[in-house]
Design a protein around this ligand. Sequence first.
Ligand code: SF4
Length: 500
Amino acid sequence: MMNVLLIYPRFPDTYWSFRYALSFQGKRAAQPPLGLMTVAALLPHSWNKRLVDANVERLQDRDLAWADVVFISAMQIQQHELIGIVRRCRARGLRTIVGGPIASSVPQAELECDHVVIGEAEDLIDGLAADLEHGTARPQYESAERPGLERTPLPDLSLIRMNRYSTMTVQCSRGCPFNCEFCDIIEIYGRRPRTKEPPQVLAELDQLYNAGWRGPVFIVDDNFIGNKARARLLLAAIVTWQKAHGHPFRFITEASINMADDPALLAAMQEAGISSVFLGIETPDESSLAATQKHQNTRRDLLDSVATIQRYGIEVMGGFILGFDTDREDIFDRLVEFIQKSAIPIAMVGLLQAMPGTQLFRRLTREGRILDSGGGNNTGCQLNFEPRMNAERLVEGYRSVLRRIYASEPYYKRVGQYLSRCRPEYQSNLSFRNVRAFLLSLLRQGVLGKSRASYWKFVATAATRHRAYFGAAMTMAVMGYHFQVMTARVLEGVADSLPI
Ligand code: SF4
């Protein structure tokens, strides 16, 4: 029997952390570490397990003293924190095992751990656990092929305290059929989507429901509609489940923009309670889309596709990238114009990153343009390759885009358009946390905020024109606070000019 400590390193503050919005609700992180919770369920039942998510609690010496072995899962952006944890463990003589996406893109020597698990855990974990028990564990475990998900167990929900998180998570599929040049997901999880059976997913929903969760659930798939036929089957099952349980969840997921071409699929997503979808739109420039092999986004009116999805009551969150070889000087103005017309309040704009292991990284290596392996944070201002455009001009243009889209007036304007188009059906209830968030918003944004005039104008419009969606409007106002704080931080030095 072993005492195994599972550790999830802290994320740095990025747009993705939502940290400044979460504080309004008294939440500590957006989502729990689903991968580690799944690994825990795969480990021998006889082992004692504890999980420390450093995003919601401190890793204490007493946690390390309890453990015989430490499992750490991370993405590349957590590398700095991960290495700090590995060194702390090793200083105490604790055996460390690192897995997760970082293990596929960063060499083991740089991770400084005793063992590394490359790829997905399902087929590896039994052998690794046996070797650990016998003291014969190898430095590296790598799965020969990508496992089917029918063996994936229910994540071990007992290891977390749900009330620390704003959103729970489930995973229905892994992989994506597309071939974007910069994408590391298809390198790690493959281009043939693998899906869980509907009863497996419903069992995960049951587990969350029975544990008392109500509210948002993030379906963390790489592309929820990667296999459309399977997505349709699953949606039908979720529709029935939601009806039987009184619609306790609203879902957020990630998908590709070709969902806009399928009205029946959109209707099913809406009926199942999918209220938000993240789309990699990347750029309004057709030649850049073609050059980066994002063909699914070409030969279409992107604004039209976004509006089609929104008319099904599904909020679109958009990912955008600057720094493609084909970007010209006018790309910054064109991107701002696109985002403003799109009614996408949450627009994640980043500089292109060449992630190790991707087609892009290999091409830029061949062209002698790689500067370093990057840190996985594409919303910082560092480039890890030599762009075609002058690098200073690119970074300055990137900053100008952030400054313009997250200034309060344009942001609230997009939220107003989103409310008109989507008519978001979910409502925030009058729970203590929601009332607290509302009062804090009034204080931080309406009394202390530099842009209180725009804020009150927005609140007044929301209370009159969008009264039926007032809860959603205030949620977006709070999200805007996070983006404005983060933008000020990214812009460092010009932060005072931001109307926060
Ligand atoms: S659509 Fe998204 S997940 Fe799929 S290959 Fe492109 S970037 Fe990767």
